[in-house]
Write a protein that binds this ligand. Structure first.
Ligand code: FMN
Length: 303
């Protein structure tokens, strides 16, 4: 039986169901192309703001053991004008541009810049857990979420995903506001706010103190969130969080994700192998279970 690894996430069609998560391995189009060639169905860029941001001083990313990482990078990025220049000549890599900001006009002005580029979609970062005024602080305000998503959608000609995470308010209110405002899909989840103490130095391991936990320890939290969104809303989901093996990817799909993003896994495995290994494992699982398409498996664990 021929089974297909193609994934359909609402209006976004992907040749393969695995996607590079935002903020991982920099923003070079060469690296994006290499990862796409090595099996990634699409690439989400680092979150981009209107103006360049320097981010925090080091340490900004620390491994914790057990496949966990904590980071507070501070959303360092070259700004929308510079990043649009970097990707302007790209024709082959499906790039989803991640956008971050605090006011609706910032999002529409960034989209206007990127509309001249050949991109696959936008992902609105409503969930960065460690930078004031953006990310979770926007995601925690459903009224602002609604205005940000509307502003992005009204300027965009490609699909718009809203990336949610666990903040102070109920993240399902953020999901609901984003859907009502016209989001084409939801990405869930971002890192989970955390603190790691260096007991020898007797201070936090990150320069920022608070950071975001990612990797294997958040995998089951991501499965829970994806399942909740899938069962409460009729919206395509890109699952993200703790995927390091094909089994983790299949679990997120069975929980309700139409495609799966990988972030921290790129820190443990060879970037040239991770996507291919996960894709091959999914394909073998589909053969074994007699499944012809990824779509058939979406949410099956909850049916
Ligand atoms: C070093 C680092 C930088 C990140 N930067 C961003 C970012 O700019 N925008 C964003 O939406 N998510 C960012 N994330 C979160 C990831 O995209 C992803 O949601 C999270 O790491 C959970 O997935 P994982 O467990 O596969 O790593 C970052 C994560 C890490 C580890």
């Amino acid at each position: 039986m021929e089974s297909s690894l193609e994934a359909q996430v609402g209006p976004l069609r992907l040749e393969r169901p695995t996607v590079l998560a935002s903020g991982i391995l920099g923003i070079s189009v060469e690296i994006f192309g290499r990862l796409h060639g090595a099996g990634a169905g699409a690439i989400v860029s680092k979150s981009i703001s209107v103006e360049p941001r320097d981010g925090y001083p080091g340490p900004t990313v620390v491994p914790l053991g057990g496949g966990g990482w904590i980071n507070a990078v501070g959303l360092s990025n070259p700004g929308a004008a510079a990043f649009a220049g970097m990707i302007r000549d790209n024709r082959t890599v499906p790039i989803i541009v991640s956008l971050v900001g605090s006011a609706p006009e910032e999002f529409s002005s960034m989209v206007e810049r990127f509309e001249g580029c050949h991109i696959a979609g936008y992902e609105i970062n409503l969930s960065c857990p460690h930078v004031d005024d953006v990310g979770l602080e926007v995601g925690d305000d459903p009224e602002l979420v609604s205005r940000v998503v509307r502003a992005t959608k009204s300027a965009a000609s490609v699909p718009v995903f809203a990336k949610v995470g666990l903040g102070r308010s109920d993240y399902l209110d953020t999901v609901s506001a984003a859907i009502d405002a016209g989001a084409d899909g939801i990405t869930a989840i971002n890192t989970v706010q955390a603190l790691a103490i260096d007991i020898e130095a007797q201070r936090p391991k990150l320069s920022n103190g608070i950071g975001g936990l990612s990797g294997i320890p958040i995998g089951t939290i991501a499965q829970r969130c994806v399942a909740q969104i899938h069962s409460q809303f009729d919206i395509p989901i890109m699952g993200c969080g703790g995927v390091s093996t094909w089994e983790d990817a299949v679990a997120l799909v069975l929980a309700g994700a139409s495609a799966v993003q990988l972030g921290s896994a790129l820190g443990y495995g060879s970037p040239d192998r991770v996507f291919a290994d996960v894709n091959d494992g999914i394909a073998r699982y589909m053969e074994r279970k007699g499944v012809r398409s990824v779509r058939e498996m979406v949410g099956r664990a909850l049916a």
